[in-house]
Design a protein around this ligand. Structure first.
Ligand code: FES
Ligand code: FES
Length: 154
């Protein structure tokens, strides 16, 4: 099928089998490799993207489901030179270790810190991160970073 995706604000047209995981289209066709294939079963959140602004695991999202919709990947959220508020806060709180989970973490935290998506409390942020697994950092600094973004209104 022909698919049109609005990826990080740019319209991308491509041809794909309808059930191809969005993750594979992003990585193999569009060469956006920020979303990571880790579990490929929807458990770890390393492949998280925002689909029309809501977090979605790209490994379990058929590309047909994303047709005509907005897809935000970690590449669209900030760069090393111009980090997003979430990326800057994570760095300031020294929340990153191996980094494997972080593309997905940044995507989910971006959603949570946008106005109206999450109460600025530890419990609410922890609940919002339930779909993102980190095996090395521990979550406290990640939550601290998210709360700092919310409190600053950055
Ligand atoms: S790779 Fe998609 S949830 Fe783990
Ligand atoms: S920093 Fe290593 S898995 Fe999260």
């Amino acid at each position: 099928m022909q698919v049109t995706l609005l990826v990080n604000g740019e319209e991308r047209r491509l041809s794909a089998e309808p059930l191809t995981p969005l993750l594979d289209v992003l990585r193999d066709t569009l060469h956006l490799t920020g979303a990571k294939p880790v579990c490929r079963e929807g458990f770890c959140g390393a492949c998280m993207v925002l689909l029309d602004g809501a977090p979605a695991v790209a490994c379990l999202t058929p590309v047909a489901l994303a047709d005509g919709r907005s897809v935000e990947t970690v590449e669209g959220l900030g760069t090393a030179e111009t980090p997003s508020p979430v990326q800057r806060a994570l760095e300031e709180h020294e929340a990153v270790q191996c980094g494997m989970c972080f593309p997905g973490m940044v995507v989910t935290l971006t959603h949570l810190t946008r106005p109206g998506n999450c109460a600025p409390t530890r419990d609410a942020v922890k609940a919002g991160l339930v779909g993102n697994l980190c095996r090395c950092t521990g979550y406290e600094r990640i939550v601290d970073a998210a709360l700092a973004v919310m409190e600053d209104g950055r």
